[in-house]
Design a protein around this ligand. Structure first.
Ligand code: CA
Length: 462
């Protein structure tokens, strides 16, 4: 068979595939921030009703073993938006607020979901938190998004009247940036309502304005990340919770749930429900500081135990994946890019291969294998690792402590170390750790990285 034959065959296959996906689905990615594994109804929350978030699971699939690539915000988001382990490109710390150092954020060499979708004709919007670099060339409009409304850094105060900084150039540091006005594109705009409500309004408006074309909406709530702040409208729903922090946290989650409900209702009323793929997850586990619950998991945000990086995760796509199914095999936030690419026809950059897989065949049951042979986490600053394969997980706590081994099928809370009795399993996991680790590079920014700031600017197109 000649190369020409293969070229013709590929052309025919391409026509068939584009015919099968005649309509590009709308894509909605909803990300919560530091939301506890237990703090959604679909994972058993008794304290905080989340009927709208739960509807994504009820009308789709909830994944009980869903992992993100890092147990704090920014590296996890870098993994999500590129579909690649962030340690492949040196993104292994939260970004600091550095407007004049282009190393501090998502390298320009990486392709975002929005970059790929833009080339496939999608209109891309980000509402909410970015946190992938405050340098002007690293902000969302430079990374494939056609629209941006939200927070360039890692968080914000929530209550109206608290945002006192209009000029982005006067922000002194990450913490100070919590007082910055929102950005609409490049223009500062003062939020006039409770911030979670503002983001929900913006997301609803985005769907309204773009319902006639294929769109990608990344609704990136900063809730329920600290500071714990909520309005009486939401606090009044939780008068029975005595602990003030827990009450406020519950109110913040409830506000987000209302917003998710409004976005889903707008999609329905636009007649787009059948053609819309919706993901919901958290960027990392609940934090010890925000009164969240990761029960029955061990540990919190920042940990290599399950509570750090196993997150609430639900996905729906009516007509394409089943309704009301629970999927227990490990999946990853890395799979979102690959799933979206397969659903939309967006292309993977061959120079930057994705680490995730298209989840649809697994969620439908067409593929009965495992999406991932290995789930991996490295936190180089602490020399800490987690490696899961099947039901077993090796944990190397910080500073290369003795490896621990758990069977998550029988011990989801990682209480009983069975390393001494299972040297073969431990050796297999260590081999997987070593192989993956060998593919990664050292951090390109953050503590320990020296050298003068890289103050270069990207060349603007004329
Ligand atoms: Ca987070």
């Amino acid at each position: 068979m000649t190369p020409r034959f293969f070229a013709d065959l590929l052309a025919i296959l391409f026509v068939i595939s584009t015919t099968l996906h005649a309509r590009q689905p709308n894509l909605v990615l909803i990300l919560a921030d530091d939301l506890g594994y237990r703090d959604v109804g679909f994972n058993g929350s008794k304290h905080i009703p989340t009927p709208h978030i739960d509807s994504i699971a009820a009308e789709g699939v909830r994944c009980t073993s869903a992992y993100v690539t890092f147990s704090v915000c920014a590296p996890s988001r870098a993994g999500l938006i590129t579909g690649r382990y962030p340690q492949r490109f040196g993104f292994e710390h939260n970004t600091r607020w550095l407007r004049d150092d282009i190393r501090e954020g998502l390298p320009l060499s990486e392709t975002t979901i929005a970059d790929a979708l833009g080339k496939s004709g999608y209109h891309n919007g980000l509402v909410g938190k970015w946190h992938l670099g405050a340098h002007p060339d690293l902000l969302p409009l430079e990374r494939g998004f056609d629209e941006f409304y939200g927070i360039p850094g890692g968080g914000s105060l929530y209550l109206p009247g608290k945002h006192g900084i209009e000029d982005i150039e006067t922000v002194k540091n990450e913490y100070h940036s919590y007082r910055l006005w929102m950005l609409r594109g490049d223009t500062p705009e003062k939020p006039e309502k409770y911030l979670t409500d503002v983001f929900s309004d913006e997301a609803v408006d985005f769907v309204k304005r773009n319902k006639d074309k294929p769109f990608f909406l990344f609704l990136s709530y900063n809730a329920p990340h600290g500071p714990l702040q909520a309005t009486e409208k939401y606090l009044s729903r939780f008068k029975h919770i005595k602990n003030k922090d827990r009450r406020t946290y519950a109110a913040m989650v409830s506000a987000m749930d209302d917003g998710v409900g409004r976005v889903l209702a707008e999609i329905d009323s636009a007649g787009l429900e059948e053609d819309t793929l919706v993901f919901f997850l958290s960027d990392n586990g609940g934090a010890s500081s925000n009164a969240s619950s990761n029960f029955p998991l061990r540990g919190y945000k920042s940990s290599v135990f399950e509570g750090g990086f196993r997150v609430p995760f639900a996905v729906k796509w009516p007509g394409e994946i089943p309704q009301g199914r629970t999927y227990e095999k490990p999946v990853s936030s890395l799979d979102i890019f690959a799933t979206i690419a397969a659903a939309s026809g967006a292309k993977e950059d061959p120079e930057r291969p994705l680490d995730g897989v298209d989840l649809v065949p697994f969620l439908t049951g067409k593929n009965t294998g495992s999406p991932h042979e290995t789930i991996f986490l490295r936190k180089i600053q602490q020399n800490a690792f987690a490696v899961r394969s099947g039901s077993h997980k090796m944990v190397i706590p910080k500073d290369e402590g003795k490896p621990l081994l758990f069977n998550l099928d029988t011990d989801i809370g990682e209480k009983s170390d069975i390393a001494d009795a299972n040297p073969k399993i431990l050796a297999d996991l260590e081999k997987r750790r070593s192989e993956r680790n060998g593919e990664l590079i050292d951090p390109v920014f953050g503590p320990g990285v020296t050298g003068p700031p890289d103050t270069r600017r990207k060349k603007k197109k004329d």
